[in-house]
Design a protein around this ligand. Structure first.
Ligand SMILES: [Zn+2]
Length: 299
């Protein structure tokens, strides 16, 4: 594996009090989980095409093995039930398994009781397969906001230690989330928070290093921006590399845009970038942090 670490990165890293962190994560869901209610948008197309999660996740696994990269896989509980052997394989090869809710409902679509029930079911399903405690969580659609901050208390109750359900520069309390891991304190609990990398585009959260945003962003820009960032949190889905859906799915222009644009180059670009980036899992990032020096947001 080639790791190019620039002197300027090291200086920047020292200035920001913590090591360079380039974190690679995958949200493991089927291609139709793009929506909370896929049947409403896909007009019956969901049943027409084969599931691709297993095939694409194995492709991701092989790529990580070739490059000796360890990553974090956030699983939906409903998909964990369908693919226990795949989860076992990821664990056996040193990847971290996190949780991404049970059925891909945004936090805001549930009250506290339902959120706890949904998340607990997913956590228990995954822990039963792995025999290990799940410690990392990501909400569907990055739906943790100040209004839904109560979710952190429930996550803590369930044994979650680190969260990645927010986005860099999102307004949280009186401040914007920084491009760095932070601690969010609320009602007596403290949660490690790893916001997803994002650029400021007026009011829009442009998550350039991840998923569909990555697919439509020119490689040259990605290479410069991602390799020089002292903190990088990227996420992808199996569908970001799914060429079958890319070719076949019909529907309205929005659907075509979401599924097709840039899919054919996504894997190649991730592979090329990985020559210049030393990716680590969320678990390893958490362990290498000096948390005493991290910024704290009290809400
Ligand atoms: Zn998701």
């Amino acid at each position: 594996m080639i790791f190019i670490c620039k002197v300027s990165d090291i200086i920047l890293s020292l200035q920001t009090k913590n090591p360079i962190l380039h974190i690679l994560t995958f949200d493991i869901e089927e291609w139709y989980h793009l929506y909370n209610h896929p049947e409403r948008y896909l007009n019956g197309q969901r049943g027409k095409y084969p599931y691709s999660l297993e095939w694409e996740t194995n492709r991701i696994f092989n790529f990580l093995e070739e490059r000796n990269i360890k990553a974090t896989f956030f699983w939906l509980g409903v998909e964990a039930e369908r693919h226990p052997l795949l989860i076992r394989k990821l664990i056996d090869y040193g990847h971290e398994i996190g949780v991404h809710s049970f059925s891909h409902l945004k936090i805001g679509k549930m009250d506290k009781m339902n959120f706890k029930r949904n998340t607990e079911k997913a956590v228990k399903t995954i822990e039963d397969f792995t025999g290990e405690k799940v410690k990392s969580y990501r909400a569907p659609n990055f739906s943790l906001t100040k209004k839904r901050i109560w979710a952190l208390e429930i996550l803590k109750e369930l044994g979650i230690e680190r969260d990645s359900s927010t986005v860099v520069r999102r307004q949280f309390g009186n401040q914007l989330l920084p491009p760095a891991p932070i601690i969010i304190k609320h009602n007596g609990i403290a949660m490690q928070e790893f916001p997803v990398s994002s650029l400021s585009m007026l009011w829009y959260e442009y998550k350039y290093a991840s998923s569909g945003y990555f697919r439509i962003t020119p490689y040259k820009f990605l290479n410069h921006k991602m390799t020089t960032a002292p903190y990088l949190m990227s996420y992808f889905h199996p569908r970001d590399f799914d060429l079958l859906i890319h070719k076949k799915i019909g529907g309205n222009p929005y659907l075509k845009f979401k599924y097709r644009i840039g899919t054919q180059h996504a894997f190649q670009n991730l592979n090329r970038l990985s020559e210049n980036i030393y990716w680590i899992s969320l678990q390893d990032a958490s362990q290498s942090m000096n948390w005493e020096k991290a910024d704290v947001i009290q809400i």
